[in-house]
Design a protein around this ligand. Structure first.
Ligand SMILES: Cc1ncc(Cc2c([C@H](C)O)sc(CCOP(=O)(O)OP(=O)(O)O)c2C)c(N)n1
Ligand SMILES: [Mg+2]
Length: 544
């Protein structure tokens, strides 16, 4: 066994299903073993940001490790933005980077791809990963790989593994599996009792769920807890799509004044918000009309639990849920049904009317009703806010870190790791960044359905600064480009054309279908419009 094979076997043993990557001379020996061993399928893409977003989406969808393999310097530094997004949004992404061999480092000349020193890349990655290692010693390599992958899984954050090109074939023992970091079961039980006492004593308790519930594979436990407690379940903006594949109804998504007033009232008027895996970030709570009283909330995230002023450190979400279920397992579910999101019936698609983002949501809702659920990857832009008004469907999107360029590669990552055809929602600005990755579909037989919101504008910016001209990015003709990338493209201007194009795309297999929807600038989804109104009001209050 050599270092590369030990590393690949360790990744597979921890649930990684594939590697997305772009090689370089510092990584060629590693890529050769990846390809020859077949332990994990290798999908090369065209630009490292796409590699990172695809691997991140695979991790989010599987709840396991995602893997991005790149060359040293130019490759790994090109990957920084997706890794930063994975760090911010708690995604377990493993970055494997080639690196110079020992003799090259000692040579005394500046190496190609080197920045300041040969350690610059490592130093930069310290800021966007939770653990790092360089496998420059075969004897310690198994323990180092075990340590870093363990951190990746437990913290659900990215890690860096540099593999010097002269070490790839070095003999290496298998990588040991480290036990989970222990927690105190008595503390878990005490915490669970306090949580249940708080809920029992509350008049309007609600459960608010967010990304850690999926990142740590806890959806079933959360669903069971919701059934037993019989309290309303609401997702955050980032948590949209959670529990969609369980039988537990979700009352809706909390979007503050940008969302359904009834849902906002459920959360903001609650005297006990049980927050499970919640990211306390501005996109989840930025447009709240009233701050949630954290003294009356129960906050379980980042391996700790806070109940008012009581703090339970080193208590992972899974351990808390296990302790809670042990106490409620014999509880009879209360009578009455949990409030469920009332899927507002979309307006009838009047044939010749011009298309607004709300019409896209309505047409997609009709498609998913007719053809069954599709996993959705959304980019940043109004396409993401439009997705909020669709039924609660598994959704992967950069809702907090808010980077553009995520949507198309993330859809490829989903199909690469699950084999399922995804629905990709992307704005024209974001498509200009990474939409070209669609050209790789034909090599792998991927056939996503891609809806491009073409408003010839960086519209999310224009609404905040309408006086600027630079947000007008011109009308690109994306549908015409599809054939050159190996797919099928159509430009639609009316609801009838949109409806027909979507249903035709569902019947088309074996290549991507790109539907370029022409939107009038200034046409926003209702959700984004309310977000903009809320943010403007908040800025006015703050005097900014
Ligand atoms: C990588 C990257 N660069 C820049 C931005 C800033 C930015 C936005 C966020 C707010 O920071 S929203 C937006 C415009 C998006 O345009 P498009 O994809 O066409 O979508 P839409 O027209 O629906 O807005 C930009 C440039 C970003 N989020 N991510
Ligand atoms: Mg746009």
């Amino acid at each position: 066994m050599n270092i590369a094979l030990s590393l690949l076997n360790a990744l597979a043993a921890r649930g990684a299903r594939e590697i997305f990557g772009i090689p370089g001379d510092f990584a060629l020996p590693f890529f050769r073993i990846v390809e020859e061993s077949g332990i994990l399928p290798l999908y090369t893409l065209s630009h490292e940001p796409g590699v990172g977003f695809a691997a991140d989406a695979a991790a989010r969808f599987n709840g396991k490790l995602g893997v991005a393999a790149v060359t040293y310097g130019a490759g790994a530094l090109n990957l920084i933005n997706p890794v930063a997004g994975a760090y911010a949004e708690r995604s377990p992404l493993v970055v494997i980077s080639g690196a110079p061999g020992a003799a090259e480092v000692r040579s005394g000349v500046l190496l190609h791809h080197q920045v300041k020193t040969t350690d610059s890349q490592f130093a930069i990655y310290r800021e966007i990963t939770c653990a790092q290692t360089r496998l420059d010693d075969a004897a310690s390599a198994p323990a180092e790989i075990a340590r870093v992958l363990h951190a990746c899984q437990e913290q659900s954050r990215p890690v860096l593994i540099e593999v010097p090109r002269d070490m790839v074939g070095a003999s290496c023992a298998p990588v040991p599996l480290l036990p989970p970091t222990p927690h105190d079961p008595e503390a878990a039980a005490a915490c669970a009792e306090e949580v249940l006492a708080r809920i029992a004593g509350a008049e309007r308790p609600v459960m608010l769920v967010d990304i850690e519930v999926r990142r740590y594979g806890q959806e079933e436990r959360v669903a069971e807890l919701a059934r037993r407690l019989g309290i309303p379940v609401i997702t955050t903006f980032m948590g949209r799509g959670l529990l969609a594949e369980t039988d537990v109804p979700v009352a809706g998504t909390y979007l503050g004044i940008a969302g359904d007033p009834a849902i906002s009232a459920l959360v903001e008027d609650s005297d006990c918000v049980l927050m499970l895996g919640v990211l306390l970030c501005d996109t989840n709570f930025g447009v709240s009309s009233r701050q949630i009283d954290m003294r009356r909330a129960i906050y379980a995230a980042d391996r700790q639990v806070q109940i008012g002023y009581h703090h339970y450190p080193q208590l992972p979400l899974g351990a808390l849920l296990e302790a809670l279920l042990a106490l409620v397992r014999d509880l009879q579910p209360p009578h009455g049904r949990l409030p469920a999101e009332t899927a507002t019936l979309p307006p009838p698609l009047v044939d010749d009317a011009r298309i607004t983002p709300n019409d896209i949501a309505a047409a997609l809702a009709a498609l998913l009703r007719e053809h069954g659920p599709l996993p959705i990857a959304a980019d940043m832009g109004d396409c993401l806010f439009t997705a909020m008004s669709m039924a609660n469907t598994p959704l992967t999107a950069p809702g907090y870190y808010a980077t553009m360029g995520f949507g198309v590669p993330a859809g490829l990552g989903i199909q690469g790791t699950t084999g399922q055809r995804p629905l990709i929602l992307v704005g024209d600005g974001a498509f200009q960044m990474t939409g070209w990755e669609l050209g790789n579909c034909q090599r792998y037989g991927w056939d996503p359905i891609v809806v491009v919101f073409n408003n010839a504008s960086w519209e999310m910016l224009r609404v905040f600064q309408p006086e600027s001209q630079f947000t007008a990015i011109g009308e690109w003709r994306f549908a015409e480009l599809a054939a050159g990338l190996g797919g099928h493209g159509v430009r639609v201007r009316t609801r009838r054309e949109l409806h027909a194009a979507l249903f035709a795309a569902c019947e088309r297999h074996g290549c991507f279908s790109l539907i370029e929807v022409m939107l009038e600038p200034g046409q926003l989804s209702s959700t984004l419009q309310r977000f903009v109104t809320g943010i403007r009001a908040a800025r006015t209050r703050q005097g900014s």
